[in-house]
Ligand binder design. Structure first.
Ligand code: FE
Ligand code: FE
Ligand code: ZN
Length: 294
């Protein structure tokens, strides 16, 4: 069975129930949300009543609630050791873990962070210090999934080896996992056309059991560009066939596939159409026009 969804909104008024409704409108059986806006850390209290309603709706409509992903905001940066910023990131992440628990969710995707000129080994040490500080005091079972990054600017975590170094330093390893992002892997230089080889490499360096989520995005740029600009499925440099092989890979069957592809003309969400195309397993070169014309 394929578990597929996309990034959906989360708004104060309807809370998690609104996110579930949006996912359903795209024909998804799982999804990913931020507990507020992705770009900022303004967060309102979780409406637990809405969480209950969301869970009954998920049960009724057969959404795999145990595979729903929460994404931490981008501006959390545990790699930056500058005291005030580091303390802010740690504090926010602690609170975010509580929100994830209140939503009865199991996974929080986190960008490892950017070392902002201090060098990746210092960045990695900061990430380890922050994660241990947070996890040592947190007794929930929420897993933090470190996302594979494109290597834009001073991003840490664009190689399996760097992620492995982070994991090695964490006391509660059972609280960690990895989230692949196909655009980021490609932009970091990994060859997705030989995906079995890539999976083998991941298994050797980190271990396949750590892989818990895949962000499925095409890329606007060539392999190794370190740009991180997502493209609609089949319209970028990775291409439909390669993405389809990843989506339907036997070893990833139980893992949720989440689209974070761009809105068309910044206005029209593409997910209903992209998911339909993925289910039909046939590339539609007219898809963008279709999305625009609703
Ligand atoms: Fe991400
Ligand atoms: Fe991603
Ligand atoms: Zn990205």
């Amino acid at each position: 069975m394929l578990f597929i969804g996309s990034h959906v909104g989360y708004k104060k008024e309807k809370g998690l129930l609104g996110s579930v409704e949006e996912a359903l409108s795209y024909g998804e059986n799982t999804f990913m949300f931020y507990t507020g806006a992705p770009q900022n850390t303004v967060r309102s209290a979780i409406d637990e009543q809405k969480v209950e309603e969301a869970f009954s709706l998920m049960k009724e409509k057969e959404i795999a609630s145990d595979k729903v992903i929460v994404h931490a905001p981008y501006i959390i940066n545990l790699a930056n050791g500058e005291e005030e910023k580091f303390a802010f990131s740690c504090r926010f992440l602690k609170e975010e873990l509580k929100r994830v628990s209140l939503c009865h969710m199991k996974y929080l995707v986190l960008h490892p962070g950017s070392h902002v000129g201090q060098g990746s080994s210092v960045g990695i040490q900061n990430i380890i210090r922050g994660l241990n500080d947070i996890l040592d005091q947190d007794n929930s079972s929420v897993k933090i999934l470190l996302e594979t990054m494109a290597g834009k600017g001073s991003e840490v975590g664009s190689s399996f080896e760097e992620l492995k170094q982070i994991i090695d330093g964490i006391h509660k390893k059972e609280r960690l996992g990895v989230c692949f992002d196909t655009c980021h892997l490609h932009d970091a230089g990994y060859d997705l056309t030989h995906f079995d080889t890539l999976l083998e490499e991941f298994d050797q360096v980190i271990g396949l059991s750590y892989l818990e989520c895949v962000h499925v995005n095409d890329s606007k740029n060539i392999r190794g560009s370190h740009k991180d600009r997502h493209e609609n499925i089949g319209f970028g440099q990775i291409g439909f066939d390669t993405l389809l092989k990843i989506i339907y890979h036997k070893k990833l069957e139980q893992i949720p596939k989440i689209l974070e592809t761009p809105y068309v003309d910044r206005l029209y969400p593409p997910y209903f159409y992209e998911i339909q195309m993925i289910k039909e397993k046939k590339f539609d070169s007219k898809l963008i026009e279709k999305i625009k014309n609703g």
